[in-house]
Ligand binder design. Structure first.
Ligand SMILES: Cc1cc2nc3c(=O)[nH]c(=O)nc-3n(C[C@H](O)[C@H](O)[C@H](O)COP(=O)(O)OP(=O)(O)OC[C@H]3O[C@@H](n4cnc5c(N)ncnc54)[C@H](O)[C@@H]3O)c2cc1C
Length: 399
């Protein structure tokens, strides 16, 4: 196709930021997806859910002033530091979308395949759209990582934290929750508060909890623990200040860094909702799971290498996410197989473009190339600016 039309897939913080920046540069584009669907689902699944990130580090990006999360919260008397509620963030996203991206088309993309030099998108309503460039900004939802031991169990008995639509639906049930990160600790708290009996199963010998950041840090605290969107450490601060620098590291260094940065830990405000309320078994791995009628028998292995059985009503895995191109359901198989990888993630150039010309990935799917900031909303600004600049250069070259 000779004319430029960019298709953005996804109406979350990254998709909305991209659309806002492309519009400011007059790059022709369309954006598809239910706005803020992922965040609205998280908010609906349980009340008292909060962001782990600071308000200032959770902005949807626009070149127009007055669009930050704090700009939305302040006049409404809502929290402007931490913890900010997830329902509040979902509402901010919808407010942003109405003000800056009112052309979003709330329809899913069912398929993307190559068409000549460009792409053919089939929408879930049956419409077809030709595009010169495609940006995949569909977040984490396709990448939920389920432990091998639970994969054969029916979804009604064993699920991932990302797929829980209602914690209240577990009321009265005994639930094993796997994992030691924010998702599993939060799931345990929400289950307990909904009248279920959760039990945390954690492979490590202890739980890590974040410490509360000071709202008015001293000069020494600011130097020693500079606060950034990723928390209070010099390394985190450097990553957020130089978001493009990570991309210049050698591939093996990037993978190692990503594995070791930000270990699983719970937010400080969650601690009192879990400790002393939810039983925890440390040094415990789930090695097998089997459905027995409407219950699940788990085979647990402790530090002493002894196996034992735990019978529960349900299992929820808070076992994180793994970016994997093979699990993006709407990419045609021949397109998927043409994408060069780093591990299972797409390998991206400095403008977020994959090895397939015109196909870009934004958000968590870009974190293997661009670093941990891009697992979070904080990476949206750099992503949107960089991609909009690259596509605006392409637009000029075509005219
Ligand atoms: C429980 C939880 C808590 C989190 N807390 C934080 C936090 O405190 N701070 C932070 O920065 N990050 C947090 N994250 C990470 C956060 O989810 C991501 O950083 C962020 O959502 C990425 O934005 P996105 O736009 O890439 O994806 P999303 O927000 O997931 O948006 C993707 C959008 O794409 C749409 N979509 C999917 N498939 C299609 C399709 N085929 N066609 C059209 N549209 C489609 C979805 O409906 C969705 O609206 C959290 C994640 C989880 C699971």
């Amino acid at each position: 196709m000779s004319k430029q039309l960019v298709a953005i897939i996804g109406g979350g913080p990254y998709g909305l930021s991209l659309a806002s920046h492309l519009a400011a540069r007059n790059v022709p584009h369309r954006i598809f997806g239910q706005p803020m669907a992922f965040w609205s689902q998280i908010a609906r699944a349980g009340s008292r859910r909060y962001l782990k990130s600071y308000c200032f580090g959770t902005n949807i990006s626009s070149p127009h002033p007055g669009s930050t999360f704090a700009d939305y919260n302040e006049p409404r008397g809502l929290e402007t530091f931490e913890p900010c509620s997830i329902a509040n963030f979902a509402e901010y996203g919808l407010w942003f979308q109405e003000r800056h991206v009112d052309w979003i088309e709330p329809v899913d993309v069912a398929n993307v395949s190559r068409r000549g030099q460009g792409y053919l998108l089939t929408l879930s309503n049956g419409d077809a759209v030709e595009a010169s460039d495609v940006i995949v900004a569909t977040g984490l939802a396709n990448f939920a990582k389920m432990p091998h031991a639970l994969r054969a169990l029916p979804g009604a008995l064993a699920t991932h934290t990302a797929r829980v639509d209602s914690f209240a639906a577990f009321q009265g049930l005994e639930v094993a929750v796997l994992g030691s990160g924010q998702s599993s600790l939060e799931a345990a708290a929400l289950l307990h508060e909904a009248g279920a009996s959760p039990r945390l199963l954690i492979r490590k010998p202890s739980t890590l909890w974040m410490t509360r950041g000071s709202r008015t840090p001293t000069l020494w605290q600011r130097i020693r623990w500079p606060v950034s969107a990723l928390g209070g450490s010099p390394k985190a601060w450097a990553l957020t200040q130089l978001p493009g620098a990570f991309h210049r590291l050698p591939a093996c260094g990037r993978a190692l860094f990503l594995r070791n940065f930000l270990p699983p830990e719970g937010a400080w405000w969650l601690r009192e909702r879990v400790e002393a309320l939810v039983p925890v078994e440390y040094d415990t791995s789930v090695v097998a799971g089997q459905a027995i009628g409407n219950r699940v028998s788990l085979c647990l292995r402790g530090a002493d290498k002894q196996d034992r059985e735990l019978l529960v009503d349900r299992v929820i895995a808070g076992t994180g996410y793994e970016v994997n191109v093979e699990r993006i359901p709407f990419l045609a198989p021949e397109l998927r197989s043409a994408i060069a990888r780093q591990g299972c993630a797409p390998r991206l150039d400095a403008s977020f473009q994959s090895s397939v010309r015109g196909l870009r990935f934004a958000g968590p799917a870009s974190s293997m190339s661009f670093g941990p900031v891009f697992r979070f909303v904080a990476g949206a600004e750099y992503t949107a600016r960089t991609i909009a600049a690259a596509l605006s250069r392409t637009a000029m070259a075509r005219t």
